[in-house]
Design a protein around this ligand. Sequence first.
Ligand code: PGA
Length: 687
Amino acid sequence: MISLRLIAAETARVLTGVVLIVSGLLKAIDPVGSALKIGEYLAPILDERWAWSGMISLTLSFVLCAGEFLLGAFLLMGIYRKLSARLSVAFFAGMTFISLYSLFADPVSDCGCFGDAIHLTHFETLLKNIVLLPLSYLVLRDARSLRHLFSRRERWLVAVLAVVGIVVFMVQNYRHLPLVDFRPYRVGTDLRAEMAREDSTLQAGLLATTRYIYERGGQEQAFTPEAIPDSSWRFVKVQEDATLAKYKAKYDFTPMDSLGNPFAEELLADPGVTLLLLAPHWNRASEGSIDEISELYTQSLSMGYRFYGLTASSAQEIADWRYLTGASYPMLLMDATPIRTMIRAYPGLVVLRGGKIIDKRSFTDFPTVEEVSRYLHHLREPNYIAPAPSLACTYLLLAWGALLILGFLRFWARKLHLTLYLKKRIHYPYKRKRSMRKNIVAGNWKMNKTLQEGTAFISELKSALSVKTLHCDVIIGAPFIHLATVASLAEGSPIGIAAENCADKAEGAYTGEVSAAMVASTGARYVILGHSERRAYYGEDNAILTEKVRLALANGLTPIFCIGEVKEEREAGKHFQVVEEQLAGTVFSLSPEDFSKVILAYEPVWAIGTGLTASSAQAQEIHAHIRQLIVKKYGETIADDCTILYGGSCNASNAEELFAQPDVDGGLIGGASLSVEKFLPIIEAFH
Ligand code: PGA
């Protein structure tokens, strides 16, 4: 059953993830714009005249945009869930604080959360953050339970791809122009028509929202701008409606010539081609394309085009630029802000024809000296459309989309057990009928943990599992002395309790021994028998073990019976033979009915507690062999239904691969079962 709490966490994860990805990407499309916005926020502490202030804003812009995108992507894909959830709570908490500050101190006109694509008021931004902050907390609360598209082994690769992807994307947008231009001066805009339209809307807005207050004989009255009263009235004040703000001008294209005369009409009314070379300040413009600019200028003139520089530079800066580059084109002056709105490059080229913007380029994309002539000829063609910006970004986005779709497909395939089914069809030597066998993840604490530590572990695991959809049974093997307490604590949870041993005698004068009946009376339902440590250190041989298994079964306990070879036997290639003898000397003496109650655990002794694991292929090979032995002894149905666990340095990073093997039905976990943090991902390896 999926709990409501998990549904809430999953929904919150999708919502916060999508918002983070969208806002990160929209800002990453225009890193320079985001840096300008950050500069506005930092204006009180960062003087924009300082040479390195632009660098700081740009660095912060890269970190913020990429960070936001990555947080969203990681949350959606379920990689580094806990860390991403923690960081997103911190992020939304920070953003809530900034939006509160913006609401009261009004440091910027627009918050810039979604770049230039979506504009929110300060209040809307605050509302957005107030909703997202608790949602991100819901994600954090159950971060470990969130589903994931990629396994632990794959996640670093996906993370590296994501980081490289977003950084390359931003660098592309920085070096060339933004992939999508959300600002008013995009290519194709008929600037003349748009400005005329805006002008008449502004006039209408003024008429609708502005009132002149006059008074006569102590009586005040409001008049529209069209109906100003005669001189018998005395003017008091102008009253503006708050809605005037919505008629604010988008186009602040106000170039002036060197004498300070407006020059916009002159530029826009010309039906020919005009090239504008823009840079807010020439002293900060790149000198990397001076030859191209000179060539553009000379050839433009010879083709009858007009060519101007457009800048907010001082006379001295202009003189320095002319001296440095030999520039002789006339300079027009305009405020730095509209220049930055028009183009994000330093310098950049905007081409006008008949008042329409027909091309925009960053200096990195200026035609080379050889290409200039062809480029200028193109500008004359009536339907010339500037070539699309570098396709690298588009390919990158497509690749990302494809990766995500692949992840989702794999996730669903796994959910439908398609992969497992296919693997089984390929590897499994005989056709499976409807199998009854269970997947199990069993812990074996061995001689570890005090009673208090044991109960704390069970409580933590219980609450972690309560928000999970389980795809396997979970068992914890605990010392005798803990059994009654942990069994009653685990009641009502999916956790089954196992003893780690029981006596080979039913009852009587056997000081220090614990019988199977006593184990059963604590509420434990399983008992681990035949563990290699018991065989090696306490001399338990096949005869003793057979007796223990028999007594366990007689008392209603399910034995988890361990077999496995030592290193020398594996090296001598005797492992198949060893497990065969161990089975033949013990559990194979049981009746089919009793044997079908036993869980087997193959534990190569050389892998136990050593950090060495059998490879998944080695595990599959010997598990398949064991199942074949059972087929021979008890027939296909019992063999097919028998759960065979793998044990020996099984942990979060190898469990998924091991459990994906058709004959590996789970694990018996020693060291990694001592903390919930390490044990839980092993349970999650069964998706
Ligand atoms: P390990 O122990 O996971 O620490 O190797 C396994 C076991 O002994 O059951």
